[in-house]
Design a binder for this molecule. Structure first.
Ligand code: GLN
Length: 446
């Protein structure tokens, strides 16, 4: 009730929720009360959380930020939301996001832009902007997000919260509406690394409903949080500190790195030479996969259908033209083009080769150091509307996050300080399945 009242009071300004699931929340909370009375509670029992609106929630509207799904009530539950529910968490509602998770500012949502609680004239980041704003404003204790190219880390950075993108395959994608299947990964967004560890404990792990889910056993994300950082080797990629990085952001990051030295870590410069190729490679691979994934939205089985179609083709064409927003249509066209005969080798295959080089860069660097640190984004939260007419400027925002998804490694954003009164996130990247290490490093700093 406390959270529902707070949402009713504050969210009209922020627009961080698309759907409030008040009835579900109160029912789950009552159930949690009974469990607590019977001494049958876990640490998540009764904890009010929110879910990004691309996790299918049985019986609760799931829009993916799109008009295409503005009437879609899934008949089944995603693994992530189901596991959190089983662990006792209470679902307050579904959070706003860029349509089909395509965006870096949450301005591509059919349900309106989300505002950054630190300054209502700025964006919260995207695509999990609703989840980040809700947690930052105290409208949920924690939230789920997904990260295909930075969508957990960048909004976490802009809103001053902690977010973890796990290793590809660590968390099940079952019931998560797909954007780019080889990059998508769900993770927790919360006030601290410790809270993220609790959520990970419930949501991570093998799922036979997702063929890309990893059978590597889960680590215990809580037991290692207090391990000392003495001797930890931190790598600072020189490419992350070059042109384009805001000086205020750089200062905050370097001050945070100094704190880690005080905690016993050793810092050295490393190189990730193919960083600059991450944007062109990602913006070929992600739209290609999206063009294929989004072909299922044809007005036949679910989602938006146009009025009075003349014939089948007319129904496909008008349903998709009406249901998808501009950015989504643009990416479907780019992806279709890149995958088409004659262009496939020049674009898609080339992008995949670059992806291999980027992965190799990380593998090499992580033989020398335990974790890699740098900024999450080149700037703090930018002004609402300031980049909407300049897609290249918007895509450049993703320079420090995309390569992590191309490689498949885990990474976090943790609050490191402020520049011009706006939060700055420090990015911590690690080796495959090193989530427990990242959470430990983050927790020691916090
Ligand atoms: N900003 C990136 C994009 O628009 C990443 C989004 C994401 O991680 N879902 O594709």
């Amino acid at each position: 009730r406390y959270f529902l009242d707070r949402i009713a009071k504050l969210d009209p300004q922020l627009n961080s929720y698309i759907t409030l699931s008040e009835d579900v929340a109160l029912k789950q909370a009552a159930h949690a009360d009974t469990q607590i009375q019977h001494g049958d509670a876990s640490l998540l029992t009764g904890i009010p959380i929110a879910h990004k609106d691309l996790f299918c929630t049985a019986g609760t509207l799931t829009t993916c930020g799109s008009k295409m799904l503005n009437n879609f009530i899934p008949p089944y539950e995603s693994t992530v939301t189901g596991r959190l529910q089983n662990a006792g968490a209470v679902m307050l509602g579904k959070t706003n996001m860029d349509e089909f998770a395509m965006g870096s500012s949450n301005e591509n949502s059919y349900y309106g832009a989300v505002k950054n609680p630190w300054n209502l004239d700025t964006v919260p980041g995207g695509s999990s902007g609703g989840s980040a704003a809700a947690v930052a404003a105290g409208l949920a204790i924690a939230a789920t997000g997904t990260d295909t190219g930075g969508s957990i880390r960048q909004p976490a950075s802009f809103c001053g919260i902690t977010g973890l993108k796990p290793t590809y395959g660590r968390v099940s994608r079952f019931g998560m509406i797909a954007y780019a299947s080889s990059l998508d990964q769900a993770g927790p967004m919360a006030k601290s690394a410790e809270d993220c560890a609790h959520i990970m404990q419930a949501m991570a792990g093998f799922d036979d409903k997702d063929s890309t889910s990893s059978e590597t056993p889960n680590d215990d994300y809580l037991s290692n949080l207090n391990a000392p950082l003495t001797g930890l080797k931190i790598g600072l990629p020189k490419e992350y500190f070059g042109d384009g990085l805001d000086a205020g952001v750089a200062d905050v990051i370097m001050a945070a790195v100094k704190e880690f030295e005080k905690l016993g870590a050793e810092v050295k410069e490393i190189s990730l030479p193919n960083l600059n190729l991450s944007i062109p490679s990602y913006y070929v691979i992600a739209p290609s996969e999206a063009s294929s994934n989004l072909s299922r939205f044809d007005g036949v089985r679910f989602g938006h259908r146009c009025e009075d179609p003349k014939d089948l083709l007319d129904m496909y064409m008008r349903s998709r033209a009406e249901g998808f927003g501009q950015e989504v249509q643009k990416r479907i066209m780019v992806g279709t083009y890149a995958l088409s005969e004659g262009y496939y080798d020049a674009y898609y295959l080339k992008a995949q080769k670059i992806r291999r080089l980027i992965k190799q860069d990380f593998t090499n660097a992580l033989q020398e150091v335990d974790v890699i640190m740098g900024p999450v984004a080149p700037t703090t939260a930018f002004g609402l509307g300031s980049k909407t007419n300049d897609p290249v400027a918007m895509y450049l925002e993703d320079i420090y996050t995309l390569s992590v998804n191309l490689a498949g490694i885990p990474a976090m954003s943790i609050p490191a300080g402020f520049s011009n009164n706006m939060p700055v996130g420090l990015q911590i990247m690690g080796n495959y399945f090193a989530e427990a290490k990242l959470l430990n490093v983050a927790h020691q700093y916090q």
